[in-house]
Design a protein around this ligand. Structure first.
Ligand code: GN1
Ligand code: MG
Length: 361
């Protein structure tokens, strides 16, 4: 991240339609994929400048087109909008070629907003549910065929299984030994999940990365304002958005928590989140409501197996802060997957009590 000086970043910004001045930059280091900077003038945060990782997202033009289209639908009194700042050429991103190729975009920053990595607060859980249902309801008006798959088969379990088996085969005996219990767990759950039937679920434009820290909240009122990080916005099933939220809200510990005693399946937070989902008009089909609980098993498991695969591959996909971080993340995500399985009946009952299905033809 330190590879960019303020001067380099100011030069990049001069390509965008914002006032020319000497901005300051604060790296935001929570993401695993892109490089992100808060842009400040006189200590006031004004914009977010981001370098899109084109090794992960190889169709940047398609990705930015998805985001532009979605922003046109995400307009509502209960949804705060973010604007893409155009370049002087009228484009929604800048591509640079001097030396290494890179893609940059600038978005407006919502002052007074904040994000949480974890929460113990039922109001935050409720608000998260409410904004996620609002987001999915607003995007029902979008045409799924206008959206490209920014990462094809992103949440496809059979793809992730193949990538895992391949990494396992190529990995060293030492790594396999260190990761032994995670590998055993992966095989066990892969067998259990193979029967989930997704084919009758409607395909929606989903966020596909609705972890809690991708939701902005008002610092003052704790109301959820909007979702951020729309890079994986593409076709998907609602249970993906459900499961990613559950794994980061109902578990009050961080994603890479090493002490598994701290990993929770907090029923109060689950109830509050589902109450939030139902605070907007009903929008889920009968089949979606019936299969929703699987999302809370599938998503932590998918992220866990991806992290495990990356550990076995030698950390080539996610940025890691230390050698075994991917393994710690996978073990922790698997511990939560087990808790979701243990609480499956409770989840199913709560969902069917609180979420009224609709006919969506
Ligand atoms: C990655 O970089 P970030 O935090 O937006 C990953 C998500 C995971 C997340 C954390 C494109 O997202 O799927 O939820 O790490 N994004 C991609 O596990 O792989
Ligand atoms: Mg993301």
């Amino acid at each position: 991240m330190n590879k960019y000086t303020d001067q380099t970043l100011n030069t990049l910004l001069s390509n965008f339609s914002i006032e020319e001045k000497n901005y300051n930059f604060k790296p935001l280091t929570d993401g695993f994929i892109n490089d992100t900077f808060l842009v400040l003038a006189d200590n006031v945060p004004l914009y977010v400048l981001q370098r899109i990782n084109h090794n992960v997202f190889d169709n940047v033009a398609g990705l930015m087109n998805n985001v532009r289209d979605a922003f046109e639908h995400l307009i509502d009194t209960d949804y705060q909008d973010i604007t893409l700042v155009k370049t002087h050429n009228g484009l929604s991103y800048l591509s640079t070629k001097n030396g290494e190729k890179a893609y940059w975009r600038v978005m407006t920053y919502i002052n007074g907003s904040t994000a949480y990595n974890t929460t113990e607060n039922a109001k935050i859980a409720f608000e998260a549910g409410k904004i996620i249902s609002k987001f999915n309801i607003l995007l029902q008006k979008a045409n799924v065929d206008d959206y490209v798959d920014t990462i094809p088969r992103f949440h496809d379990l059979s793809l992730r299984k193949n990538q895992f088996e391949e990494a396992l085969e190529k990995s060293t005996p030492e790594k396999r030994n260190t990761a032994e219990s995670a590998i055993l767990f992966a095989h066990k759950v892969l067998a259990q999940l193979s029967h989930i039937e997704l084919s009758e679920l409607p395909i929606r434009v989903c966020h596909n990365d609705t972890k809690l820290n991708n939701i902005l909240f008002s610092k003052e009122t704790e109301k959820a304002l909007c979702l951020i990080d729309l890079d994986t916005l593409m076709r998907g099933y609602f249970l993906y958005d459900f499961g990613d939220a559950i794994r980061t809200i109902v578990n009050t510990a961080p994603e890479d928590e090493k002490n598994h005693d701290k990993i929770t399946f907090n029923k109060g937070l689950l109830d509050a989140f589902i109450d939030g989902l139902s605070a907007n008009e009903p929008f889920l089909s009968k089949k979606e409501v019936e299969t929703l609980a699987w999302g809370a098993v599938l998503m932590p498991f998918l992220h866990g197996i991806r992290a495990l695969t990356d550990y076995l591959n030698g950390n080539i996909y996610y940025k890691v802060a230390y050698e075994n971080q991917n393994l710690d993340r996978s073990s922790s995500l698997f511990a939560f997957t087990q808790k979701a399985l243990d609480n499956f009946t409770y989840m199913k009952n709560t969902i069917s009590e609180k979420l009224i299905p609709v006919d969506i033809g």
